[in-house]
Design a binder for this molecule. Structure first.
Ligand SMILES: C[S@@+](CC[C@H](N)C(=O)[O-])C[C@H]1O[C@@H](n2cnc3c(N)ncnc32)[C@H](O)[C@@H]1O
Length: 216
């Protein structure tokens, strides 16, 4: 399998990344996360609010990381879920999370970057915290449209005069290129990918991601 700079980075960062969610970080880091990484929690809420009832639906989480969204989708009675991520260590965390919650037969994990071939079709797709690392967002969104029938929620990092160059610099030290978007770029990308409905919400807070719901 092709390994991108992002997947190499996330392989090493997987365990630390997972501690954002489970409150296992020290008090100072929890304070920083609460104030500067609020987006991570808000985009979770916005995603499940956008999808509504998932009972008997199928869903793919592209760049599923440690499986937080997949677990929630199963708790909301999704019929079957698929997690795709190129980082082996992230997939191990996902597998452990879903299995210890008793969802042994309800998921499939794929170690790959997206776009990938033969993924099949899903009612919904989640793409959270991934567009930051995608060099060709146009092809990515076109392929995304092909595999869903109802809706997809995608987060895009916004451009900020201070945070953007600072984050670019930090990630260049990790040899992991990062990309940023404005609202017009998102609209144009979604339109040229063929999505008929585009709903863009700007998350207020330090990270200021866009939370975008797209319908084919
Ligand atoms: C910041 S993490 C977000 C994980 C999860 N979506 C969440 O919000 O908790 C980004 C994940 O995207 C994965 N990733 C990066 N580029 C990708 C690509 N082209 N296709 C699929 N996954 C990708 C990384 O390996 C990493 O696990």
């Amino acid at each position: 399998m092709i390994k991108t700079d992002a997947s190499i980075f996330f392989d090493k960062f997987a365990v630390t990344f997972d501690t954002f969610y489970d409150g296992k970080r020290n008090a100072l880091m929890q304070l920083i996360d609460k104030n500067f990484r609020k987006d991570i929690f808000l985009r979770f809420t916005y995603t499940f609010d956008s999808f509504g009832n998932l009972k008997n639906k199928t869903l793919i989480d592209i760049g599923c990381g440690s499986g937080i969204y997949l677990l929630e989708a199963l708790k909301r009675n999704a019929k079957h879920i698929t997690g795709l991520d190129p980082a082996t260590e992230m997939l191990k965390l996902t597998e452990a999370r879903l299995s210890r919650n008793g969802f042994i037969d309800k998921f499939r994990l794929i170690e790959s970057i997206f776009p990938a071939t033969n993924l099949g079709k899903y009612d919904y797709a989640i793409v959270m915290g991934v567009m930051d690392y995608v060099k060709d967002p146009s092809t990515f969104l076109k392929e995304l449209k092909n595999i869903i029938s109802e809706a997809t929620c995608v987060s895009f990092p916004s451009k900020h005069w201070f945070r953007t160059p600072f984050r670019k610099f930090r990630y260049s030290l990790r040899k992991c290129p990062v990309y940023f978007y404005d609202e017009n770029e998102i609209k144009n990308l979604a339109k040229s990918a063929g999505f008929s409905k585009v709903m863009i919400k700007k998350i207020q807070g330090a990270g200021m991601d866009y939370h975008v719901t797209l319908m084919p």
